[in-house]
Ligand binder design. Structure first.
Ligand SMILES: Cc1ncc(C[n+]2csc(CCOP(=O)(O)OP(=O)(O)O)c2C)c(N)n1
Length: 310
């Protein structure tokens, strides 16, 4: 199902909420994963290690692209190696892709407990994408190669469409900026179609990114200079994202403008890593964390009995 119908837009919103919840739960929880009782200090991991700030934007992109392209085997999504692993892992889990390589990651209550407990956990999942992550192309966390990899995937495969989410931090690397020139070399009819999406969440780690300091006009000129047509996606409303994807544009370059930390308790630089740092020892933060988790109303968007998204 795709399109601007209310039902589809609601479905995308549900998917985003489910993935956001799972991202937060992976970062914080070692028990009580579905909040079946009030959160206690014992439910919180002793060491909080991971990154939240970019997760919501990644989930927005993932849910919208998934809705638009469905299960088209010629469509691929490439995610740059920023700090969004909890979001990536949540989506791989929800789609059953993680379960294909790890039989314990079943899309049900037990699987949720498994992925949350073992995120950033001794002998469990690392806090960043690793060779264990299904679909990984280049492991190591070095920024810069997402766009070049995406062009490589499209090379000689006219039937393919590759969407690639590039962090605004990543776009500060020489490799990523220079890869924009690949558009001039590789946008012939023999190669697949590239859909670059700049994730303009405004920050590279905790400092404003260079793209965030540019005006909309400067960004448009930069993008046009490389031969693309800038298409802005302002905010996280699926209607805006879907409308942008439906635009008939020859060489689009999407700019997804989200707030770093959106859907969480704080924004921007404070949201980069662990927004609430001491919920295990600080009762006020524990309360805030519980409110944050409950704000997604996960039970409404995840049918735990069937393991299907509603
Ligand atoms: C070449 C290189 N330089 C610096 C780093 C350190 N580093 C890791 S993530 C990151 C920020 C990434 O920001 P962005 O691309 O916007 O991704 P986000 O975390 O917002 O998803 C930096 C500077 C790196 N991994 N590789």
């Amino acid at each position: 199902m795709s399109g601007l119908g209310i039902e589809n837009l609601e479905r995308i919103k549900h998917r985003i909420r489910a993935a956001d919840y799972l991202a937060v739960a992976q970062l914080y929880l070692k028990d009580n994963f579905l909040l079946e009782r009030p959160l206690t200090p014992e439910d919180i991991k002793p060491r909080l290690l991971g990154h939240w700030g970019t997760c919501h934007g990644i989930n927005v992109a993932y849910a919208n692209l998934k809705s638009y392209f469905g299960d088209d085997p010629n469509f691929s999504f490439v995610l740059g190696p920023g700090h969004g692993f909890p979001a990536l892992q949540a989506n791989l889990f929800l789609d059953g892709d993680l379960g294909k390589v790890d039989s314990k990651a079943t899309v049900d209550e037990a699987g949720i407990a498994y992925i949350c407990k073992h995120f950033s956990w001794p002998d469990g999942f690392p806090s960043h994408a690793s060779p264990y992550t299904p679909g990984i192309i280049t492991e190591g966390g070095e920024l810069g190669y997402a766009l070049a990899n995406a062009y490589g995937m499209a090379l000689g495969h006219a039937e393919k469409t590759i969407a690639v989410l590039i962090g605004d931090g990543e776009l500060e690397t020489a490799t990523a900026i220079d890869s924009l020139n690949l558009h001039n070399l590789l946008s012939g009819t023999k190669n697949g179609r590239l859909l670059p999406i700049l994730h303009l969440n405004g920050y590279k780690i905790s400092a404003p990114s260079i793209c965030a300091r540019k005006s909309e006009r400067e960004m448009n000129e930069l993008i046009r200079g490389f031969g693309f047509v800038p298409v802005w996606i302002d905010g996280d409303e699926p209607e805006v994202f879907q409308t942008a994807l439906m635009k008939d544009v020859e060489s689009p370059f999407y700019i997804l403008k989200t707030e770093k930390g959106a859907s969480g308790p704080n924004r921007h630089q404070e949201a980069h890593q662990i927004p609430l740092k001491n919920p295990k020892t600080n009762p006020e933060e524990l309360k805030q964390l519980e409110e944050w988790l409950r704000s997604y109303n996960f039970a409404e968007v995840f049918g735990t009995e069937k393991g299907e998204l509603k």
